[in-house]
Design a protein. Sequence first.
Lengths: 361, 158
Amino acid sequence: MKALYDFSYLTSAIHEWLSSFLSPNGVLITEMILVGIAFMLFFAVLGLVLVYAERKVSAFFQQRLGPMRVGKWGTAQTIADVIKLLMKEPVINREADRFLFNLAPYIIMIAAFMAMAALPFAKGLQALDFDIGILYVAAVSSLGVIGILLAGWSSNNKYSLIGAMRAGAQIISYELSVALSLLTIVVLTGSLQLSVIVESQADGWWIFKGHIPAMIAFLIFLIASTAETNRGPFDLAEAESELTAGFHTEYSGMKFAFFFLAEFANMFIVSAIGATVFLGGWMPLHIGNWQGFNAIMDYIPPIFWFFGKVSFMIFLMMWFRWTFPRLRIDQLLTLEWKYLLPINLVNILVMAFIGLVGWHF
Amino acid sequence: MKSVVNYFKEIYFGLRSLITGLRVTGHYITHPKEIITQQYPENRDTLKMFERFRGEVVLIHDEKNEHRCTGCSACEVACPNGTIEIIHKKVDVDGRKVKALDKFVYHLQMCTMCGLCIPACPTDAIKMANTFEHAVFDRSKLTKILNKPGSKIMDGIK
């Protein structure tokens, strides 16, 4: 029971058990493999759950029921989809660059894995705790665009190429806003390390402690991260109505599933980053010195807090996706360069002033 | 100065329109009772079809097995697909030979449910029914004779 509140008991127990019969190098390798397997399993479960959630939520937003036939309330629908995708023929068109074509989905998946590794899921449950955590995540999550560009280029399909180029322009533009809105909070935390950022929110989440600038930064982060994952109103890269499916038009079977999974994994990653930086990560809802209230909130294990906040962020992103119409490419770039970026720069200045004077809580 | 004001005005109106949109979808997701999807085979017993749904053409018969069709062929002329075929017979009325309806043949497989035959009928003898389970295993079953056996025209309809 104690392990549910602090996962370091569990991880150190595993570490000691492995150390009892393996050399230090052997322990390191075994632990790496274990963490890798854990992340792979987590990815698989994440894909299944998020695809189902997306279909259900989108259905309810459009006054439909969504999948209802496979299993109770359609819960087994995604498992059926996976089986279908596994049995599909992997088609590669004749003029495609076969090597790059096969490489692209793996690059996207590797980028998602690397970003996922740095997330603090709960107290003591974090695979990599760099002291430049946010920088690392921001850098690695934008590696995925290489996979998208490769996929579009190697498909030998003009729609794929247009989609990939749009995705490139979009991700490179919005990367700025994501990083700057995160920096607005880093001004207050004074550290880029994700675990330190979470610990610094023990007396209240930054979105409350940072007043209006933190809320503006949160809004900008929401918009920019939705754009960075190629979702919602910013899905020009896929734009079903114009480009059939964009960069993954020519993919089928499991390789298509990888793109699909990577999209949902990226959505989870940006939601988790947003939840960690703005909403306190796994830190329960604490209000200043209200000891009684804080103690009650501490009864809910941190892992539930983390996944609750991430679900909230994911729900917001789904809400955007199923409400807003798609932007045109010029509107997309206008939004970033004319609105989000200047507001962000002014916002970070205001936040620095507030931090300097000490007006935040 | 004006452009600066416009800049913030645009942001304000942009955000306001976004919130308007979010409120619409937010209303939908918080009111699951308004879902319009029908789960058809399961709710077959309780399903009520809409009044204006056009499923097939029927010839109205009353309880005395009488219809109002004079066999004038107006519906046959109005039909764009040749769905309706009126076969006539000659009947004796007061010693005169008069054209009357023998068979009202309706080819359901050719009907597009456009409903043009309904207003064409001068005596309001036909209507669109809202039935919809028309699947059969043999195509010949789709060709229907709408006037019931032994039925005759109502008195006073000309």
